[in-house]
Design a protein around this ligand. Sequence first.
Ligand code: NIG
Ligand code: FE
Length: 391
Amino acid sequence: MFDLIVDNARLYPMAGAASRAAARSFAVLDGRIATVGATGPARARLDAEDRVVLPGFIDCHTHALYVGDRLHEREQRRAGASYAEIARAGGGILSTVRGVRAASVEQLCAATKPRLLALAREGVTTVEVKSGYGLDLTSEIRMLEAIDQLRRELPIDLSATCLAAHAVPPEMSRASYVDFVIEELLPAVHARGLARRIDIYIEHLAFDLADAERIFLAARTLGLGIHAHCEQLSLMHASELAARHGARAVSHLEYLDGRGIEALARNGTVAVLLPGAFYCLNETRLPPIAGLRAARVPMAVATDLNPGTSPVASLLTCLHMAATLFGLSAEEALLGVTDHAAHALGLEDRGRLTVGRRADFSLWDLPEPAMLTYQLGGLAPSAVYVEGKPL
Ligand code: NIG
Ligand code: FE
């Protein structure tokens, strides 16, 4: 006896426009896909009425947990200041750090919940959320605890990443902060089981390759996964270093070069594209999509939802931007928010509607999924299911 049968569906188990299944139905048991194609007795039945059924979307790179906004930076940038100049003057990430340090878990959760629910309404069923606006022991842990609390409160799944190495806090030198992250913070986060991976911002205004190497080694010793922000504003060869240390994913990549592409291909590292940040910062340098494609590097697409570079609480908008601004095909863009995003997070139990995976899916009244890379705005799923249950 299955829990749910979904039938009369135009089923896209891999989410790519070219990979529609011959099957029209699937069954769910204990939150997982039990069979595709066959039917049988079930406690409930969902008639999809010939709608498109896609795997639940996965937003694999966000800084969704924060309080306040940085609206004034928009004006500063309009007046000619760059993101880097604003950061060097003590604005940027550090201005959000001041707000987050002063906020309680309840305040962090209350400010973040509407953003996560906005993503869920678009069919997003898993969201990665980073710390990185605390930059001290108690504030980083408080951020990760808030993510854990939201995970328990919300119907979608959240996956926490410790981004302690996001910026150097004003009260410390870079060297002593890196020592503190390695010796105290990461072991404390690991001991509490609050994050399954680390991230680091490798850039001239943040951390360098030597800092990154030390942090990667510490993460590997603790068995934490590795992600990194690389080559966003300049070519630092950070992607090569991260890939060599077994990074699951590296993000941004506007300045990535051929050597970096080769390193990602060799190590099976996912290239996470963040067109929301590219757009909001008015960038003109495109990530090397043709090179990534030729080297068969899996590409994911995420919102980078954050108050500075990408106040974009819409994965559908980013999917559209990935296609329109970066030139991804509809299939590449859709794989980028499903299977490849799951792989970036090491969550191989989702991202496709195949037997054994989580029954996270959404129903769409569309002629075909590629419509999501064509029409901007006005599109929403008619239903979203997480582990076989309606939102
Ligand atoms: O992914 N580049 C560093 N981190 C974020 C920005 C965070 C912020 O500005 O608050 C990003 O773009
Ligand atoms: Fe980011």
